[in-house]
Design a binder for this molecule. Structure first.
Ligand code: 13P
Length: 252
């Protein structure tokens, strides 16, 4: 009942020309009407090029970050309105790399989420524990804290429009994917947090993606888990063939 989502986060990779080359190769490799939502998140400078290249397909373009103010003296920042203007329909918020390297907090995640929702963008809110937290058995505590603070003050209607991405930091870019069982346990836990905070029915329709070293060769094990509603792919989304094979292998 939950439509799967396969999202690619390009991080700080690809110029405009490389973006156009990606879509020229990727589009013919995926079905015109795939059984899942396909999202690509290029860097800001390639957003418009990606939106133009994806035009006429069912691929959604997302930004990787946003600022919550409408406009103003905020050097280096990009507003949700600018993202929409460039053709973006969704935005990653609170990615662990932003939390780790750029001072993102649960409070800024909430502000960005609300701004994105107000602009009609789909926020893809990212949460996940660090290696030391995982080893100390604090996964649930960290995920619950990030989830509650990041969704605090959202109305049920607003909450129904977000996507949640569970990305254990120790699995990102390391080649150490969480096992399907580990990811499933956290997704179940997050769904129970959503039920407690909002309602059973909103929790049941919440789409939760897994991210962290998702590759064409481990996608089948992940997709076998009912609790996983899709994936957020980093490195393997840069290559049109590998990302297309993840898209094609997902539908159950
Ligand atoms: P990798 O797939 O490269 O581990 O990156 C995951 C990620 O951070 C997606 O947002």
């Amino acid at each position: 009942m939950r439509r799967p989502v396969i999202a690619g986060n390009w991080k700080m990779y690809k110029t405009q020309e490389e973006t156009r080359a990606f879509f020229a190769a990727f589009k013919p490799l995926v079905p015109a009407t795939p059984d899942c939502d396909v999202i690509v998140a290029p860097p800001f400078t390639s957003l418009a090029a990606a939106a133009a290249a994806a035009h006429g397909s069912s691929i959604t373009i997302a930004a990787q970050n946003a600022y919550w103010e409408r406009e103003g003296a905020f050097t280096g920042e990009i507003s949700v309105r600018m993202i929409a203007d460039a053709g973006g329909k969704a935005v990653l918020i609170g990615h662990s790399e932003r939390r780790q390297f750029f001072g993102e907090t649960d409070e800024t995640v909430l502000k960005k989420t609300k701004a994105a929702l107000a602009a009609g963008l789909t926020p893809i809110v990212c949460i996940g524990e660090k290696l030391a937290e995982y080893q100390a058995g604090k996964t649930q505590h960290v995920c619950e804290t990030q989830f509650l603070a990041g969704s605090n003050s959202l109305t049920p209607e607003e909450f129904s429009r977000i996507l949640l991405a569970y990305e254990p930091v120790w699995a990102i870019g390391t080649g150490h994917t969480a096992t399907p069982e580990i990811a499933t346990a956290v997704h179940k836990f997050l769904r129970s947090c959503a039920a407690a905070r909002f309602s059973e029915s909103l929790a049941a329709s919440l789409r939760i993606l897994y991210g962290g070293s998702v590759k064409p060769d481990n996608i089948k094990g992940l997709m076998a888990q009912e609790e996983l509603d899709g994936v957020l792919v980093g490195g393997a989304s840069l290559d049109p063939k590998s990302f297309a094979s993840i898209v094609k292998d997902w539908p159950r």
